[in-house]
Write a protein that binds this ligand. Sequence first.
Ligand code: GLN
Length: 490
Amino acid sequence: MKLTDLTITQAKDLLKKKEISAVELTKAYIENMEKYKGLNAFVTETPEIALEQAKIADENIAMDKARELEGIPMAIKDLYCTKGVRTTASSKMLENFVPEYESTVSKKLLDAGITMLGKTSMDEFAMGSTNLTSYFGEVKNPYKRNGEDLVPGGSSGGSAAAVASGMAMAATGSDTGGSIRQPSSFCGLVGMKPTYGRASRYGMVAFSSSLDCPGPITRTVADSALFLKVISGLDEKDPTTAPKEVIDWTKVLGSSIKGLKIGIPEEYKSDKLNPEVQKFWDERAEDLKKLGAEIVNISLPHTKYSLPVYYIIAPAEASSNLARYDGVKYGYRTKSPYHSLDEMYELTRTEGFGAEVKKRLLIGSTILTEEFYERSYLKALKTRRIICEEFEEAFKKVDVILTPSTTGAAFSKNDKLSPLEVYLNDIYTVGSSLAGLPSMSIPVGKDKNGLPLGLQVMGRKFDEETVYKVASQLELISQFDNTPSKVMGE
Ligand code: GLN
C-alpha cells in the first residue's frame, strides 16, 4: 500500500509497530505536494519543518514515547496563526504576516506530534464556497467532471483538496456557515464541525465570531474522532469554549443505533436539491432504519430564514472583526501616496481586500448603521433565536437529524452560477451553524459523473458522540472509497 493512501488510524498502527518511519511517511507526502502542485492547495509549504518534526517523532516512537498523533503528516488551513510561519487567510492584506504566537488548535496538534506540511489555501478570510476568492489563485478539486476542472468547495477548499489528493493525511478546516462540511462533501471526505465552544478559536483569523468553529477534515470517521479529541477542550484564551469532558469518540464507532431516532426535516426537501442527492438521502435513511433506527419526520419551519439570517449576522460580525486591518498595526499598508490618515485607511483597505470581502464589509457596516440596525440586524438575531429553539424542540423528539450536506456535487466556475446561487450552496449547513450544533458531512456515494455526494448528520449541542455513532454506520453502509491514489488516477 502507498504510504499516502494510509489513514491516520492505519499509520498510527504501522508507526507504532515501527514498520514505517515518520520521516519516510512525511517524505511521501512532500513528494505528492510536488506532484500535485497544479491543484494549488497550499499557500505556504513547510517541508523542512515537517521533516524536523518527523525526526523528533521517530525518536519518540523509538523510546516508546509516542504522543497521540506522533508523526502524522497534516496541513493547516491558512487562518490558524502558526508561530514563525506566514499566515495569510488567503488575503493580500496578510500576505506577509508572520504571527508571533500559535493558535490553540495548531498548538494542540503540534503538541500531539503531527508533522506540519504547510498552510492550505482558502477563500479570502473564509468568505466563500468555491476557493475562487483566494488572493493566491483558485484551488482545484482533485475530482474532475468529464475532464473539466471543478471547485473544491470552500472556504476550506485547500485543506479538502490536499487531503483528497494525498498531499496531507488530514487537515484543519474552519466552519462559519459550512466551510468544513461543504468542501468535504465536494471532495469525498469526512468533515466535522463540532459544537460551537467545543474547540478553541484562539489564534484563528476571525470572520464571524459567534459562528466560527475549528474542526477536522479527514478521510474516515475514525480519523475525525481521533483528531477532534486532540483539538477539543476548555481554553482560558477563548472564553466561549466550554468546560465539557473530552471523550474518546472512537469508542462509539460502529456501535448499535437500535432505537435511535433520526429526524428528517420536511423543509430541507427543496426543489433546489439534485434528485441524485435526494435518492441517497432516502436510501441511507432506509438503510439506517434497517439497522434499528427509527425515522421521524420533523419540521423546522424557520429553515427558510437561515440563509438570510446568516448573511446578515456573518457580514455584520465580519465588518467589526476586519476593522483591525487598517494598515497601522499589521498587515498590508498602501504603497500609494496619501495625505491623511483616513486616506491611508481607505487606500489600504481598497487595495488589500478582494471583491467578495469588500462586498461583505459594505453589507456588514450598512447593516449596523442606525438606519438598518433594528430592521435587519436585530431582526436577524431574533430569528436566529427562533431557529435555535426550533432545533431544541426537534431534539426533544429525535437524537440526530439527517440531511444532505449540499444541494449537489462540486461545480465548475464555468457553470456561471450567480452570487445568489453560490450562497444557496450553504442552505443545508448554515442552520446548524446558527444554532451552534455539531454537524458532520460523510461521503455516501457518487453522482452520474462520478463526483462525491455527502450527507450531513446534526446532533444536540455537545453530543458529538451520537453524531459519530450514526456517521460511522453511514460510512460502513456507503463504503465510499476515497483512496487518494485512486482519486488521482495513479
Ligand atoms: N460559504 C459560507 C460563506 O460564504 C460559509 C463560509 C464559512 O463557513 N467560512 O460565508
